[in-house]
Design a binder for this molecule. Structure first.
Ligand code: SAM
Ligand code: SF4
Length: 347
């Protein structure tokens, strides 16, 4: 495999860190490497999505250069996401190239969020590139429900991929979106299965992002306060101060020894400790998942081989990082809070 060559600026000096107007240091970058996906989860995408023309998408070399600039600016964690990151052509070249920052100690972690469909092919390569843990999104253990949620996915393939990732020595965290009337009857089974497999599990509240056709969000939304109360009827949830650098708050399940996390953008806003920004595959930087303001990094990236303009543009953007999002879902507010889909900026 021909890897992405190291960026010209690799050897350049480390720069002062990125600090936003609220004193939060930005040290976590999520990169959506493609807006495309091989599934169409009902809460994430409409069935007939139009995707970006390939010409608008940054090359793997450009993505590497952008990520490397962020590493120089103090990024310690890098998460690749999408769309489905593993469907991007040659994405393993990028992942192998970015692994050099883990090996040099400049990055604490290189990881990805995946739907698992391509793990059977790439799990070993991920481990070799320096990825140590991954998040796999899995909302159900029932093949029929899986097909209904993803519109056409095959659970077997994902399970095979999860096994391949386990065999490759990757730590796995399962992400499960809580969907009222869909997987609310499966949460105990999910906790038990993750316990047996040695996986942590994070439940996520459905967020009002992008038009999703006729599946109404109000129908899907199941507050995690209710999910947690249901879990407590069967499991002993012990407080835990475990943090992974992301927004989840964790408990430890005494019976399984594994952790269960809760991502609760609606019932408990976690913005005060936000340390992250999100980059799309066109080089647009979103300073908040739930706000529209964004900065174009593709223009300064392409204008000059030197990173000066790019770094100025990143610093300008961080100066505009908002205090938080305004997500709300209730009877009067069940349309999208932001028009873009989660797959544009990644989860
Ligand atoms: N395709 C990959 C996957 O599914 O893991 C990565 C991208 S996906 C957008 C990232 C995460 O966002 C997944 O865990 C998915 O379940 C979650 N997600 C997508 N749309 C969401 C929404 N509207 N509300 C809450 N979570 C959402
Ligand atoms: Fe694809 Fe992930 Fe969105 Fe599902 S949640 S449609 S797998 S991007």
């Amino acid at each position: 495999m021909k890897s992405v060559p190291p960026s010209e600026t690799d050897a350049a000096a480390v720069l002062p860190p990125l600090v936003d107007p609220f004193g939060r240091t930005v040290s976590y970058l999520r990169v959506s490497v493609t807006d495309r996906c091989d599934l169409r989860c009902v809460y994430c995408m409409a069935e007939d999505m139009s995707f970006l023309p390939k010409a608008e998408v940054l090359t793997l070399e450009e993505l590497d250069r952008l990520c490397t600039a962020f590493v120089r600016l103090g990024t310690r964690r890098l998460r690749l996401t999408g769309g489905e990151p593993l469907v991007r052509r040659d994405v393993m070249r990028l992942i192998h190239a970015l692994g050099r920052h883990v090996k040099s100690g400049d990055l604490d972690e290189l990881t990805l969020t995946t739907n698992g469909t391509m793990l059977f092919k790439h799990a070993q390569g991920l481990a070799e590139a320096g990825v140590r843990r991954i998040n796999v999104s899995l909302d159900t253990l029932d093949p029929h429900k899986f097909q209904a949620i993803t519109r056409w996915g095959k659970l077997d393939k994902v399970m095979g991929g999860i096994q391949a990732a386990k065999d490759a020595g990757l730590q796995i965290k399962i992400n499960c979106v809580a969907l009222k009337g869909v997987n609310d009857d499966e949460i105990h089974r999910m906790v038990a299965w993750c316990g047996e497999q040695g996986f942590d599990l994070t439940f996520i509240e459905v967020m009002p992002m992008g038009e999703i056709g006729d599946s109404a969000r109000l129908d899907q939304y199941w507050p995690l306060t209710m999910l947690r109360a249901e879990l407590q009827t069967r499991w002993t949830l012990e407080d835990s101060d475990h943090r992974t650098g992301g927004p989840a708050r964790y408990v430890r399940v005494a019976e399984t020894g594994q952790r269960v996390g809760f991502i609760t953008p609606l019932t408990h806003n976690f913005c005060e400790s936000c340390n992250r920004v999100r980059l799309t595959c066109t080089g647009t930087l979103y300073m908040c998942l739930g706000q529209e303001d964004a900065a174009d990094l593709r223009t300064p990236l392409r204008k000059s081989d030197d990173d000066g303009l790019l770094i100025d543009a990143v610093r300008d953007a961080i100066r505009r990082k908002p205090k938080g999002h305004d997500f709300i879902i209730d009877r009067r507010n069940h349309g999208p809070a932001v028009p873009r889909h989660m797959s544009v900026t990644g989860g």
